[in-house]
Design a protein around this ligand. Structure first.
Ligand code: 5GP
Ligand code: MG
Length: 460
């Protein structure tokens, strides 16, 4: 995963980008980076480890002047941490400096990289996004636009990208449309592109629309042009896991309010997997909306049974298992006064490894719950994701190894119920078609590196 943002035609663009990164922090917590292009077309770059708020001071932002800027929050998969793999990538280019931020996972990056290395290309890190820069640089097309289009057309898999070349900003989505990217406008005419609309809200930009799958837009100052550019008949594959878990509930993706989508999942879950219980509560914060939907549909009162320590980030986001285990223990506590003697429905948005859930159920039982009915507002995760969500190998996925009954026993709950794939897709059908490969194993964009036995490169 990762969060990306770009601003054009607004004074002090790096500050606006920084604010946008604040709003996109949930998409990645390992590193942040901001580049800004000054009036002479030179890009300055600053990349730091950690959270946006800690990494950049007011003085740091003063060193990034200009009205064109890019930003990135990084969430790497294992092995790829380290600033060399963080973004923006900035290189000097024949038309002025080139900057790039990318969200998604390119499924033929390994093959392209091998080809490029054989032709003499030098790589700095292991990140898949680096191949895009090389492909642009090697294109023989006459215009920058065509160079970028040609480069992007060679990629398979998931890529939402924002690129600056000199004073011009380009933003594009892969033809399948796996990852979100939307467009907003400032009152005085500047533009912002961002992974999620919550970033636009924070800086007072108005949501205009999503960038379409396969579309590239070009922005020069205040002037925007849409270029239908990546020629492909690829079927749309919006990542449904963005709606299940990843996106913030106050964002809109694919014409859908994420809060409304999650409530619809919760209501459908209540219909499919009812429970005799006294209270419903969420595993805060990612399942709050789904648990509300479950409570609304079932008529069972909504309670706050678990309290989350807000000074701990996303536990799952830690790239090592050891790090995750420790962080689960410090992240949640149960409210005894709410749980004691009660038959409870606990709603979580997804069950991936079972690490979070196992610890939580123990807490809930120790706090005196009489019965625990665990409900998941998505189907069992059975397959790894190759399009940019940090879904581990099949061996680590509890839903791939065990049956629902075996998982129920392992978690020590009185009942366990998942939302069906059909119920999930139907609940949000107006935003599809969706990629649900992590639940169904149906991979639509070709997995070329995997088929060639190449190691899947570090992704974002
Ligand atoms: P598990 O209990 O399987 O260890 O983890 C499931 C929990 O992790 C759920 O509460 C869900 O909100 C969260 N989760 C699921 N997928 C992801 C992900 O890709 N990234 C992060 N940070 N959390 C996730
Ligand atoms: Mg969660």
């Amino acid at each position: 995963m990762c969060g990306i943002v770009g601003v054009s035609g607004a004074a002090d663009a790096a500050r606006l980008v920084f604010m946008g990164l604040y709003a996109l922090q949930h998409r990645g917590q390992e590193s942040v980076g901001i580049s800004a292009v000054n009036d002479d077309g030179y890009a300055r770059l600053s990349r730091r480890g950690g959270l946006a708020a800690e990494a950049f001071s007011d003085e740091d932002l003063d060193t990034l002047p200009g009205s064109l800027s890019l930003g990135h929050t990084r969430y790497s998969t294992a092995g790829g941490a380290g600033l060399v793999n963080s973004q923006p990538i900035v290189v000097s280019y024949r038309e002025g400096d080139l900057g790039l931020v990318h969200n998604g996972n390119i499924t033929n990056a390994g093959l392209l990289r091998t080809e490029l290395v054989e032709e003499g290309a030098l790589f700095q890190g292991t990140i898949d996004s680096e191949v895009i820069v090389h492909l642009i640089a090697r294109s023989r097309c006459p215009s920058v636009e065509e160079q970028i289009t040609e480069a992007l057309s060679r990629l398979t898999g998931a890529f939402s990208v924002i690129i600056t070349v000199g004073q011009t900003l380009y933003a594009a989505r892969d033809p399948w449309g796996y990852r979100p990217l939307c467009l907003g406008r400032f009152p005085d005419g500047g533009w912002m592109a961002a992974s999620e609309s919550c970033a636009l809200d924070l800086v007072g930009a108005t949501f205009v629309r999503d960038i379409e799958p396969g579309e590239m837009i070009r922005i020069r100052g205040h002037e925007l042009t849409s270029l239908k550019s990546i020629d492909s008949n690829a079927p749309r594959q919006h990542c449904i896991f963005e709606l299940v878990y990843f996106t913030r509930p106050d964002s809109r993706v694919w014409g859908q309010s994420v809060d409304r989508a999650r409530r619809a999942f919760g209501r459908q879950l209540a219909r499919e997997q009812p429970a005799e219980a006294d209270i419903v509560f969420s595993v805060p914060d990612s399942s709050n909306s789904a648990a509300l939907g479950y409570a609304e549909e079932s008529g069972i009162p909504y309670e706050l049974g678990l309290i989350r320590n807000h000074y701990v980030g996303r536990t799952f986001i830690h790239p090592t298992q050891q790090g995750r285990d420790f962080r689960v223990r410090i992240k949640y506590n149960a409210v005894r006064e709410v749980l004691e003697g009660q038959r409870v429905v606990v709603v979580d948005d997804s069950l991936v490894r079972g690490t979070t859930s196992m610890g939580l159920i123990r807490l809930i039982r120790e706090a005196g719950a009489a019965e625990v009915h665990f409900r998941i507002s998505s189907p069992p995760v059975r397959y790894p994701c190759f399009y940019g969500i940090d879904m581990p190998t099949r061996e680590e996925l509890i839903g791939a190894r065990l049956t629902v009954e075996e998982i129920r026993q392992r978690l020590n709950v009185d009942s366990l119920g998942y939302l069906s794939l059909e119920g999930m897709v139907d609940a949000v059908s107006e935003s599809g078609p969706f990629c649900h490969a992590c639940f169904s194993g149906e991979y639509v964009a070709p997995l070329l590196d995997l088929e060639h036995g190449l190691e899947v490169p570090t992704t974002c």
